[in-house]
Design a protein around this ligand. Structure first.
Ligand code: PBE
Length: 298
């Protein structure tokens, strides 16, 4: 699918990765000990099924962080830990990704990844079950056309973190972006209450996108959409075994590559709905480190 003529999207939040190195004085600072000591050799992770966790394990191997621990949890728990540390100006290292509201709310930076453990920037794809095209052609067509930018997604994400309910934030976005939404549904027939299941994982980015797609399918095309919140593995399995109809949460080509390979042939990839993502280790800007390599040397 050639929905994106240009991949030269600038993503707010990526700029944090550029930092000036040099003249840093070595192993410790006022709060005592190495960076590892300060954060108790812990990296705050998210849900275990996330590709980001597998990539972080790979990074820990690549950079020789064998005495470090990647703590499992959830997106929400990671964000809460970051919020708490940030308010107290304490050191913390989290697994992070763009697009995410945390880059608007806090002053953060990605640690440089000279070994390339986190791969290249990638895309978020829309993936549907086999046979959806025949069973729900208008939903299929809308899902195929759905694409937006990190900035547009940020509007919904920021509203949600500021306390708006996800479905309301999505409805407001759909209303405010009627022209864009018109193009997604142009000339498609309306259903009357036909059921559709969207699988998603409770990552902030996917809460935003899945809710927007739900609103459009319901308001504009007359579907009755059920959102199934699952883990990453079951999300892919659900599309492959047709217990879910579609998802807009496939991070490719790297992050979900194992799922993609595992279920090859049992789903249809409708291409990118967003380009310009990034994954990595994220720290508050007040921390005196710039690279993953600093975790061993500082
Ligand atoms: N994420 C956000 C997901 C994809 C969306 C980066 C946390 C993952 O790692 O699988």
């Amino acid at each position: 699918m050639f929905k994106h003529a240009s991949k030269l999207l600038l993503v707010v939040g990526l700029t944090g990765a550029i930092a000036i190195t040099g003249c840093s004085s070595g192993s410790s600072d006022a709060s005592g000990g190495t960076v590892g000591d300060q954060v108790k050799h812990k990296i705050v992770g998210i849900d275990p099924g996330a590709g980001l966790m597998k990539q972080t394990e790979k990074a820990m191997t690549d950079y020789g962080l064998s005495d470090w621990k990647l703590v499992e949890g959830s997106s929400a728990a990671m964000a809460a830990a970051l919020d708490k540390a940030y308010k107290n100006e304490e050191p913390i290292i989290v697994t992070g990704w763009t697009p995410h509201w945390m880059f608007a709310k806090y002053d953060l930076k990605y640690l440089e990844d000279p070994k390339g453990s986190y791969g290249q920037d990638e895309e978020i794809h829309t993936v549907v079950r086999n046979g959806l095209k025949e069973d729900a052609p208008s939903a299929y067509a809308m899902l195929d056309r759905f694409e937006w930018t990190p900035d547009e997604m940020a509007v919904v994400m920021n509203a949600v973190v500021d306390g708006t309910k996800p479905e309301e934030a999505a409805a407001q976005w759909v209303e405010a972006n009627a022209d864009k939404v018109d193009a997604w549904v142009k000339d498609l027939p309306k259903e009357s209450g036909k059921k559709l299941k969207l699988a998603f994982v409770a990552w902030d980015s996917e809460i935003a996108s899945t809710n927007v797609v739900k609103q459009v399918l319901e308001q504009r095309l007359g579907y009755k959409v059920e959102m199934l919140q699952v883990e990453a593995g079951p999300m892919w399995a659900g599309i492959a075994n047709s217990s879910a109809d579609a998802m807009v949460a496939a991070w490719l080509p790297t992050t979900h590559q194992d799922y993609y390979d595992k279920y090859q042939g049992q789903f249809e990839d409708l291409g990118a709905n967003l380009v310009g993502t990034k994954l990595g280790l994220v720290v508050p800007s007040y921390m005196d480190i710039n690279s993953i390599e600093d975790l061993i040397t500082k």
